[in-house]
Design a protein around this ligand. Sequence first.
Ligand code: SF4
Length: 368
Amino acid sequence: MINMEEIDPWGNGLVEYANLFREFGMQKISPETAKRLAKSRLFRRGIIFAHRDFDRFIQAHDKGEPVAAMSGIKPSGEFHLGSKMTAEELIFMQKEFGAKVFYAIADLEAYADNGLGLAEGAENAVSNVADMLALGLDTKNAYVWRQSNEKRVMNLAYIFSRRTTLATLQALYGERNMGLYLSVLTQAGDILLPQLKDFEGPKEVVVPVGADQDPHIRFTRDIAQKFNSEYGFVTPCATYHMFFRSLNGETKMSKRDPMNILTLADEGKALKQKLSNTFTGGRATAEEQRKLGGETEKCVIYELMKFHFYENDEDLKKMYEDCRSGKILCGECKKIRIEKITEYLKAHQEKKKKMMEKARKLVDGSGE
Ligand code: SF4
């Protein structure tokens, strides 16, 4: 049996991926889908590994029907690599399928979960949205809102509460405060917002998430079915990506552990320090490593490059082979990757600076 703690959207646990297929009925991404979407390194490298009804989304697109992609962020700090991954998936869906992107700033959840005031949340949101813009979001085909500003989402949350019992929420999330339960209803409102008449009605909507967010997806799919006769909701589909580990390799990357996350705002000495301390798959001695090679499967530096910073498969292959053969040791290997990551972040930060004003307008005007 899978433990609730292992699949907790507000926790730090890691999940046995095989259990997700067995216990929760997620579907594996088929080789055909991975091949078709190989332009995205996340599909190509199996980082997006599972889905619910994503095939339906693709079929709708192929028939020429409008489709949408939805996700959001809790504005409790800077974009870390987990938020970057979701943002890249949304942007990919926008480019590949012409999906309209719906992006929720979950400021009410940030209040319920972290006690973060709405004004501070709005300030963080400007930075988060500027990251989205720098990563390539096309605002002509997107809608961004703050939960606290979007009355339609609040109305939906209220309406959904009529057919949600405390027992259902407890079974999905365990014992929580009422604020987090309210956040669940609000998130269901966020996910189903794109299907309201104001946004051209029911349609296929894909929600790209980390596997730990599955309880929200299951809850919202259930709500969509319950309210199908009133609203015509289509059950939302989802794609799931693997967790990105914290820099010490112990938990998933989370803003709750600031020393062990890499954010898109990191720079200079602090960035170098973080990366120098990152957990590797190095052996106990240099001699042993030369003989046996490093253990890439344990190495967070390798994971950083695979998930985020090497777009070209040949670069990743070379890193893998040099490590496994013992040709390179961790000190030299880290130095090369630190340079690459620093270069990437610097370029991103330059782009982001130019996007701040546009981001502020989007956040200020959100939900209106
Ligand atoms: Fe990781 Fe590089 Fe060390 Fe291999 S050599 S374990 S890839 S840091």
